[in-house]
Design a protein around this ligand. Structure first.
Ligand code: PMP
Length: 442
């Protein structure tokens, strides 16, 4: 196929692609219009909106999604990493059915939460004791307030461009609806800078919270040196180190903490861990988590009606012990990592400024001449090119996240991986002139 849009700017190419998209999806457009009467922006989850309007889905089977206009797509959004298992895993379906038969609101401890808690504890090295909640956001909120109450200090060190939940957003200068903790900001992968910051805040610092791979900030892995320095420096000043492994725990059997051999004081989990149902987990050091033991003096109280809901407890346990076993987790991460490295090799051979960051099944596309080790290494035009890539993938029946993330799930077949690879190569070949012009000009 001859290169398309050879002389267009990326903005013009994106406008044309959006017009084509709108023409192909009239029913999704009608649904979007209807949704706006009941929900601001027609949306109840900001990340799902993209211009001109998002696709409305009706069904998922395996790794395929079906929309309101009768199109089908291979799903590489993977529910932003929570959809690890695809849409119809028989083991998880059976687990949820069994839970529904048992009854869902018993207002008592059940054996199911013990089973699931034991499975999580066995899996992640730092999880000496843990508690369940309902989302990754809630898990991070709980970890932070735990650190503040435990240390009797107030400052929380976070990284620019990090994301720890809908009320802890640190991209683009933060969010007006962030929970007003006493934050101090540092740069991701800036080992010396953050070490100096931790020493400076010393006795005031309650915790450092970090994603071992900076997810929404560009899927940038933290270097071992950087994460090890966070461990050493927090220990030195008596602050707690919190690993937000809501996404990254799927990157190895024991999460990134297992893979790197770095043990945080507290860890948060969520997303895929509930086997496709809502879940959050916070836990870690025994002496810290024991503060939630009601038998201790001045125990912290932690509530939540659905913390131990039987559907999640059952599905999460089945997911960890029958589907995403340690062996599967490691093998899956390795094969996805080979795929990602293969993409980077292909781009290098073509000499195009396209890079795939991440690790294993968490991948993001960037348009940049130089390697990406920090968010500042991502050129601003990369975002617009990513939006064009997103549209063009849709035209090839491939769904990636609008911001350029690619989440590979367990239900994806080798043929579907191949179709993703073909879509990427076709996009790059068709737009190589435009990509080079735009990236080099910026
Ligand atoms: N932490 C990280 C690293 C995340 O990626 C997310 C979700 N994208 C969250 C926390 C929040 O999880 P949830 O959406 O379940 O609240």
């Amino acid at each position: 196929m001859p290169p398309v849009n050879a002389n267009l700017s990326v903005a013009a190419a994106l406008t044309l692609a959006r017009e084509k998209y709108a023409a192909k999806n009239p029913n999704s457009f009608l649904a979007y219009q209807r949704a706006q009467a009941a929900m601001p922006g027609g949306n109840t989850r900001s990340v799902l909106h993209f211009d001109p309007f998002p696709l409305t889905m009706v069904k998922g089977v395996g790794a395929q999604l079906f929309d309101l206009d009768g199109h089908s797509y291979t799903d590489f959004v993977g529910e932003y990493s929570a959809g690890l298992f695809g849409h119809s895993n028989p083991v998880l379906k059976a687990a949820v059915h069994e839970a529904l038969e048992l009854g869902t609101v018993m207002a008592s401890p059940t054996m199911l939460e013990i089973n699931f808690a034991e499975a999580v504890r066995m899996r992640f090295p730092s999880m000496e004791l843990l508690r369940f909640c309902n989302s990754g956001t809630e898990a991070n909120l709980m970890a932070i307030v735990t650190a503040i109450a435990f240390t009797k200090r107030r400052k929380i060190l976070v990284f620019r461009e990090a994301y720890h939940g809908g009320v802890m957003v640190f991209s683009g200068g933060g969010s007006p609806i962030n929970v007003p903790f006493d934050y101090v900001l540092a740069d991701y992968n800036d080992t010396e800078g953050v070490a100096a910051g931790i020493r400076q805040y010393g006795d005031d610092l309650a915790a450092v919270i970090v994603e071992p791979i900076l997810g929404a900030g560009g899927n940038i892995p933290g270097t071992r040196e950087f994460l090890a320095a966070l461990r050493a420096e927090t220990e030195r000043v008596g602050a707690l180190l919190i690993f937000d492994e809501v996404k990254t725990s799927r990157c190895a059997a024991g999460g990134m903490q297992g893979a790197l051999g770095i043990k945080p004081d507290l860890t948060t989990l969520g997303k895929y861990l509930g086997g496709g149902l809502p879940v959050g987990v916070f836990g870690g050091r025994k002496d810290v988590m024991q503060r939630y033991n009601h038998r201790t003096a001045d125990a912290f109280k932690h509530a939540g009606t659905f913390n131990n809901n039987v559907c999640t407890m059952m599905a999460g346990h089945a997911a960890l012990t029958k589907v995403f076993t340690p062996e599967v987790a490691d093998a899956f991460a390795m094969s996805c990592e080979q795929f990602r490295m293969g993409l980077n090799d292909a781009m290098a051979k073509k000499s195009v400024p396209v890079r795939f960051t991440g690790l294993g099944s968490l991948i993001a596309i960037h348009f940049a001449c130089k390697p990406i080790n920090r968010p500042a290494d991502i050129p601003p035009v990369s975002k617009t090119l990513g939006q064009l890539f997103h549209m063009e993938c849709i035209f090839r029946s491939i769904l990636v996240a609008a911001r350029g993330d690619i989440f590979v799930g367990l239900a994806v077949t080798p043929e579907q991986m191949q179709s993703l690879q073909q879509a990427i190569l076709a996009f790059v070949d068709d737009h190589s002139g435009l990509i080079e012009r735009e990236v080099i000009a910026h």
